[in-house]
Design a protein. Structure first.
Lengths: 114, 117
């Protein structure tokens, strides 16, 4: 079975600074997708960024980028120029290419200090 | 509406009562998912519907839980004889396409917070 682990229950960052959230996963599959979702207090899960395992190039979306290390099964999220609106719970998630369900990590609560 | 909607937003019930939670997916999305988010268990998959195929019920925690999807659109998650451990946020998501067809981004609704007294 696939598992996703986020070892940082809480993180904090100063506004305009950079923060990295960690995620590791375990799978025997060679092809899969990885995601970072953001969940603000409104409870609405919002996709931040995704990575296809077969792509070596790290995905980027504006201020958000990932460091995907397939051999190490690591998938960290870097947020640059942090903004107050980035404060939320962040979930790392995994999905098999041939599958449907998402497997989530425990989440990291990010606080952005002004 | 443009996004996934869920109702009610909050539901308080007494132990032993039945509850129904509703999900309206994004129009045209053939796949629909239910997840449960609780303090003790994190985010867990419950059930998955894809078109007219038999649903994947492998995540349902007990036979008190059931779900249906009528006409390939609206879905209802039913919990019978609710227990206090059923208290959680129930999230619904929908996506385009079938499994294996691309990343299949799942769009989530705002969830229903269920409290069982």
């Amino acid at each position: 079975a696939q598992t996703v682990t986020q070892s940082q229950p809480e993180m904090s960052v100063q506004e305009a600074e950079t923060v990295t959230l960690s995620c590791t996963y375990d799978t025997s599959e060679s092809d899969y997708y990885l995601f970072w979702y953001k969940q603000p207090p409104s409870r609405q899960m919002i996709l931040v960024i995704r990575q296809e395992a077969y792509k070596q190039q790290n995905a980027t979306e504006n201020r958000f980028s990932v460091n995907f290390q397939k051999a190490a099964k690591s998938f960290s999220l870097k947020i640059s120029d942090s903004q107050l609106g980035d404060a939320a719970m962040y979930f790392c998630a995994y999905r098999r290419t041939s599958g449907s369900r998402l497997t989530f990590g425990e989440g990291t609560q990010l606080t952005v200090n002004p | 509406g443009a996004g996934v909607s869920q109702s009610p937003s909050n539901k308080v019930t007494e132990k032993g009562k039945d509850v129904e939670l509703r999900c309206d997916p994004i129009s045209g999305h053939t796949a629909l998912y239910w997840y449960r988010q609780s303090l003790g268990q994190g985010l867990e998959f419950l059930i998955y519907f894809q078109g007219n195929s038999a649903p994947d019920k492998s995540g349902l925690p007990s036979d008190r839980f059931s779900a249906e999807r009528t006409g390939g659109s609206v879905s209802t998650l039913t919990i019978q004889r609710t227990q206090q451990e059923d208290s959680a946020v129930y999230l619904c998501a929908s996506s385009l396409g079938a499994r294996g067809q691309g990343p299949g981004e799942q769009f989530f609704g705002p969830g229903t917070r269920l409290t069982v007294l």
